[in-house]
Write a protein that binds this ligand. Structure first.
Ligand SMILES: *Cc1c(COP(=O)(O)O)cnc(C)c1O
Length: 388
């Protein structure tokens, strides 16, 4: 329990002291290696050229790191998912199974290639696709399963791969939030027929924009290349982007380890029976990376304080905590998709899930204790906060 002097203070939102005065760290962080790279890019002129050494070098490094045969660079994770869908031949009339609680652009991408998203339930403990629902979701039009690893927990890709393989259904693994994570011996992004990483501005590896499709299948790589090369690459990643991504890949394992340790410290600081229950991967031998740390928020344990007001109060304390995804069936026209079952867990997550953004996880200071103290302050003044 925190000391009386700390917990009896007012929440920042009611005029008390801010629990973590530095606030959410900048992303990307300042980095002397990147600064040197920019100087070198300027010196060589590679910053403004179509071709140079960096994209090729980055492709090599990605292939080595993931032990896969093809790494096709592209302009975003969103474009990567679309290209992967095209690569496994998803088209008009096909169905693609995905989680009801997933990144919005995955849903839109399935529509973009003319197919129908089939939304399945999530697990209540880790918010990932509930693989026991796959059987009920399959029809003779099922072409692919789009499986995302979300918010620090990992979808059971091994089971999905086994399920899909015996039925001739393709698997696309969305690892846009899981750079360098592992399930058993395999790195995230290499479990499916194709995997996708994002290098968008908020992601664990960033060049502002960008993505890559990983695959071992020559036919998929060939189809993606035929589709995107139109005398020129229609979905390119620039030399300048590849240049800044290489050192980030080199340091990925180390930064993932730091983030995992921070999450352990945070979970310990929150203790048992916290109103914030971390969404944890039940998969054995999973070593996730943390783009977000997701929690289930228990409003009752916080004196009825709404999730939105709680997040607002935590942000005022200096922590980047926000409501997490919407359940996709609640934000799209019923005409666009099919659902399997009631989606009760997805709807509960739509209500209760919150996510902490990752940059603070590289901070070795005592922020986890401050986070837990901030929560206690807010709990004490829940009534005042709800009605202020
Ligand atoms: C960010 C993200 C994407 C899309 O990546 P962009 O590079 O932003 O287009 C896709 N899926 C998931 C799960 C993501 O988090």
């Amino acid at each position: 329990m925190a000391s009386e002097s700390i917990t009896s203070e007012l929440p920042a939102l009611l005029g008390g002291p801010v629990s973590f005065p530095p606030g959410p760290p900048d992303w990307p962080p300042r980095d002397p290696d990147i600064e040197k790279l920019f100087a070198a890019l300027h010196e060589s002129g590679d910053w403004g050229r179509y071709h140079g050494p960096y994209c090729e070098r980055f492709v090599q490094r990605l292939k080595e790191f993931h032990a896969c045969s093809h790494a096709i660079l592209c302009c975003s994770g969103t474009a990567g998912i679309e290209l992967a869908l095209r690569g496994v031949n998803v088209g008009p009339g096909d169905e693609v199974i995905m989680s009801a609680f997933d990144f919005k652009s995955n849903f839109q991408n399935i529509l973009a290639v003319g197919a129908v998203p089939v939304l399945v339930e999530i697990r209540c403990d880790d918010l990932q696709m509930d693989c026991s629902q796959l059987e009920a979701a399959v029809t003779d039009r099922t072409k692919a399963i789009l499986a995302s690893h979300l918010s620090g927990a990992m979808v059971d890709v091994a089971s999905i791969r086994e399920f899909a393989g015996s039925r001739n259904i393709a698997v696309i693994e969305d690892a846009c939030q899981m750079h360098g994570a592992r399930v058993r011996h395999r790195i995230a992004g290499t479990w499916g027929d194709a995997g996708v990483l994002s290098f968008g501005g908020s992601k664990l590896m960033t060049s502002g924009r960008g993505g890559v499709i990983l695959t071992d299948r020559d036919d998929i790589a060939q189809r993606i290349r035929l589709y995107s090369f139109r005398g020129n690459d229609a979905y390119p990643l620039a030399e300048m982007q590849a240049a800044v991504l290489i050192p980030q890949l080199d340091r990925l394992a180390e930064s993932n380890e730091l983030r995992r340790r921070s999450v352990d410290r945070l979970v310990a600081a929150l203790g048992h029976d916290s109103p914030l229950a971390v969404c944890k991967s039940p998969i054995i031998e999973a070593s996730p990376s943390f783009y977000k740390v997701a929690f289930g928020y228990d409003s009752k344990m916080m004196g009825g304080l709404s999730r939105e007001r709680f997040c607002e109060a935590m942000r005022a304390e200096g922590f980047a905590l926000d409501p997490w995804f919407r359940s996709l069936d609640l934000v799209h026209s019923r005409k666009r998709f099919r659902t399997v079952g009631e989606l009760a867990n997805a709807h509960a997550a739509d209500h209760n899930a919150v996510a902490l953004h990752h940059p603070i996880l590289l901070d070795p200071s005592d922020w986890p204790e401050r986070f837990a103290n901030a929560l206690e302050k807010i709990r004490r003044f829940a009534d005042d906060l709800q009605h202020a």
